[in-house]
Design a protein around this ligand. Structure first.
Ligand code: SF4
Length: 391
């Protein structure tokens, strides 16, 4: 996909007024790096936290005032990272208060925070609930202690159970568990046990991500040195089928390729990504989507803070998509949802329709009434291939 130069885009940043907004805050700190992870993060250091918080406050002001997003209703807020809960609860709550000061946050906004067991206390969870956080996303990965040590040297199983018990006492009804399947050393039996343990905690939402070998991760470096192996895709399919079987039998709806929810508990913030609705990513390395502009912050805390101190947005890259590219992006992301995406009657989608027809003939897509397109079971298995064909 070749983007058109920003100068050619009439909807340049600063002239874009979306109807609603989602806000993502990237907290770039973790206690240590998990072996599968290549996200931008730093080991938590107290002296770096203030640099981050100062930068964030400047960034809020620039977007609210200079870019003019102050009066746009904010429907969702998501604190991710990194590990947001490496920061003390009063700092995360301070960030939420600042967002409310600078933006127009709706009363019924979904406010999520990623929580890692071992970095939260029952007091912190109570404080989150009182401050207006409505949803927790709890990093579990696996309930097998040996696997957890392999993944990053931590032991979370008991920690997850404890964190969820505290979350319930604090009044949270909406919480998600993140699980991973198909990583080195996992077996069908251990995945089954992890699913059983997860279901026993009665979450409202589950994310089950296939392990991928990410360039820059410790696992990647090991494979490059000839140790370890690449993901076994056939095995991952078997594990995913087990998850679908078990979670749907337990009353969960698979509403997105990797996400399952009880009725009414789909993640509203992530739905914005899949429906390509406007979102603003704040903090180092965060990505944004406003109108036809796609842009991301520098993945470096110094560069981020320096740029904001000079009064400029800390952007690393910005592109402006053509209308045709926006159509394709909407279909590609929309197909991640199992309900699919409805084609819009735009003029310039002839080539797109041709590709959709081909994918349908190959049994990867189905087209239903009113131009709704969705992945078939085979299409779900080859979702990446479908996305590449639609680019
Ligand atoms: S997976 Fe999450 S907790 Fe682990 S290093 Fe990456 S960002 Fe941090």
């Amino acid at each position: 996909m070749k983007a058109v130069p920003l100068a050619d885009c009439k909807n340049a940043l600063g002239q874009i007024q979306p109807e609603t907004l989602g806000i993502y805050v990237h907290v770039p700190f973790c206690r240590a790096r998990c072996r599968f992870c290549a996200f931008y993060m730093e080991r938590l250091r107290e002296d770096r936290v203030q640099t981050f918080l100062d930068g964030l406050d400047r960034e809020f002001r620039l977007y609210a005032c200079d870019v003019g997003l102050r009066k746009i209703p904010v429907h969702t807020i998501y604190f991710g990272g990194g590990t947001p809960t490496t920061l003390p609860s009063h700092q995360l709550i301070g960030i939420l208060h600042a967002i409310r000061r600078w933006f127009l946050v709706e009363d019924d906004a979904e406010v999520s925070v990623e929580v890692h067991p071992g970095t939260v206390t029952s007091e912190a969870l109570r404080a989150f609930r009182q401050a207006g956080f409505t949803r927790l996303s709890v990093g579990g990965q696996s309930f097998d202690q040996t696997e957890l040590r392999e993944l990053g040297g931590r032991s979370y199983g008991a920690g997850v159970r404890q964190a969820i018990s505290w979350a319930r006492s604090a009044g949270f009804k909406n919480f998600s568990l993140d699980l991973m399947f198909g990583f080195p050393g996992q077996s069908l039996e251990s995945w089954q046990r992890t699913l059983d343990e997860a279901l026993a905690l009665s979450p409202s939402h589950l994310s089950c991500y296939a392990y991928t070998l990410e360039e820059g991760s410790p696992f990647y470096r090991e494979v490059m040195r000839g140790k370890g192996s690449e993901p076994d895709q056939e095995f991952q399919v078997a594990l995913e089928e087990r998850a679908v079987e078990q979670l749907t039998a337990a009353g969960f709806e698979r509403y997105e390729i990797s996400n399952y929810c009880r009725p009414g508990y789909a993640c509203r913030h992530n739905m914005r990504y899949w429906q390509v609705q406007a979102y603003l990513g704040l903090g180092p390395s965060a990505q944004s989507c406003l109108g036809r502009a796609r842009f991301g912050n520098v993945a470096n805390l110094e560069g981020y803070a320096d740029s904001l101190q000079r009064g400029t947005l800390p952007l690393d890259e910005i592109t402006c998509l053509s209308h045709d590219q926006v159509d394709r992006e909407r279909v590609i992301w929309g197909l991640r949802m199992l309900s699919g995406v409805r084609l819009q009657s735009t003029e310039n989608k002839t080539a797109l329709l041709h590709t959709i027809r081909q994918l349908r003939e190959e049994g990867l897509l189905r087209v239903e009434g009113q131009g709704r397109v969705s992945l078939t079971d085979l299409g779900i298995r080859y979702a990446d291939t479908v996305a590449v064909a639609l680019l």
